[in-house]
Design a protein around this ligand. Structure first.
Ligand code: OSB
Ligand code: MG
Length: 369
């Protein structure tokens, strides 16, 4: 396959409900859509879902835009590849910058599966027809506001609720949700906001019947995370700590967690995400697919990935409507009774609504070989 044209679009959409994590709050998201066109005319779309600021990882929309334009697009335009994994190896010449690389890797998989006439999920090794969806709930102004959110999502049928926590917003709101919804599968995500001195607090959370505690400590604390896991019954789930396959190798060897959140964006694309899945399965570690509030393109890739057999826990693949009044795809992702259908059509199974994308594009860049 030769890609003869690369198009990048920064697309800005409002969120239906403000989302706050331990690091920052957001009302609008700006993601970069990547369109790769092959010499035979086949097009593949991908999404660079980086947050605006460098608070989740080191990347930003600006850094992704620059790396995509100046480094990744030229690499793609110069490559000749048979399989998306071959292109991923070329893109891996660029160190780090996983979100930026993920957009191109995803577009290559979309293009390739579409050219092969197979659904993206099958191309990746997926076997499920539907995937279980969970929701991620941000930090709310009050515990009552949080309970209102949980009630709405549970009523919609979501299979698991994850609560963002941060120092000052942890044991109290989690206890309140636990008390009001005793049987809802619940987990917490700290986005690395705690440290070794917070052990007593984490021990309190350990007693609340949580499915997992996601990323309690900062990304590069695998040795400390392993110590913590030995002191908790609740499984630790790794998110920010695993950006490369070798991070997972280290985490598994140390025992730094018992569950893995696989994010296509954080791991530089579907190619590495599938390898992380395979390695985790080999080690008996259950995985689920995390999200970055993706628009419909990235969300469709998350759904396809979640169809792999090792994704045995509900993923953050909520319906588009949890975040966006209108999504960038002609049909939104829909969760019904907490299940999202895996498309049976060839490729990504979702197409961008080009007029809507155009209307919300704040910058466009294009290059041809
Ligand atoms: O840690 O999983 C996270 C969103 C932005 C940054 C980090 C995270 C998240 C989410 C959202 O939890 C999950 C989703 O897309 O539904
Ligand atoms: Mg997380």
């Amino acid at each position: 396959t030769r890609v003869e044209s690369v198009e990048l679009r920064r697309v800005r959409l409002p969120l239906v409900h403000e989302f706050q994590t331990s690091s920052h709050a957001k009302r609008f998201l700006e993601h970069i859509l990547v369109a790769l066109t092959a010499t035979d005319g086949t097009v593949g779309w991908g999404e660079i879902a980086s947050p605006s600021g460098p608070f989740y990882s080191a990347e930003t929309v600006e850094s992704c835009w620059a790396v995509a334009r100046d480094h990744l697009a030229p690499l793609v335009l110069g490559a000749d590849w048979d399989h998306p994994a071959d292109l991923a190896a070329v893109l891996a010449k660029v160190r780090g910058n996983q979100f930026a690389r993920a957009g191109f890797d995803m577009a290559a998989w979309a293009l390739w599966s579409s050219a092969q006439g197979v659904p993206l999920a099958s191309a990746l090794g997926g076997t499920r027809a539907t995937v279980e969806a969970g929701v991620s709930l941000g930090i709310e102004p009050t515990v009552d506001d949080l309970l209102t959110q949980v009630r709405a999502r549970v009523a919609e049928g979501y299979r698991r609720v994850k609560l963002k926590i941060a120092p000052g917003w942890d044991v109290e709101p989690v206890r309140a949700v636990r008390a009001a919804f005793p049987s809802v599968p619940l987990h917490v995500d700290a986005n690395g906001a705690y440290g070794k001195s917070d052990l007593p607090l984490l021990v309190k959370l350990d007693g609340l019947g949580l499915l997992m505690i996601e990323q309690p400590y900062a990304p590069r604390t695998l040795a400390d995370l392993a110590d913590l896991q030995r002191q908790l019954d609740t499984p630790i789930c790794l998110d920010e700590s695993v950006e490369e396959l070798d991070d997972l190798v280290t985490a598994l060897r140390l025992g730094a967690g018992r569950i893995l959140n696989i994010k296509v964006s954080r791991m530089g694309g579907l190619t590495t995400a599938v390898r992380a899945h395979d390695l985790a399965v080999e080690h008996g570690v259950p995985v689920w697919c995390g999200g970055m509030h993706e628009f419909g393109i990235g969300r469709a890739a998350n759904v396809a990935l979640s169809a792999l057999p090792g994704f045995t826990l509900p993923s953050d693949v909520s319906g588009s409507d949890k975040y966006y009044a209108r999504d960038v795809t002609t049909t939104p992702i829909v969760a019904t009774d907490g299940l999202v259908e895996v498309p049976a059509a060839a490729g990504l199974g979702r197409s961008p609504d080009l007029d809507f994308v155009q209307a919300n594009t704040v910058a466009r860049w294009h290059s041809q070989s």
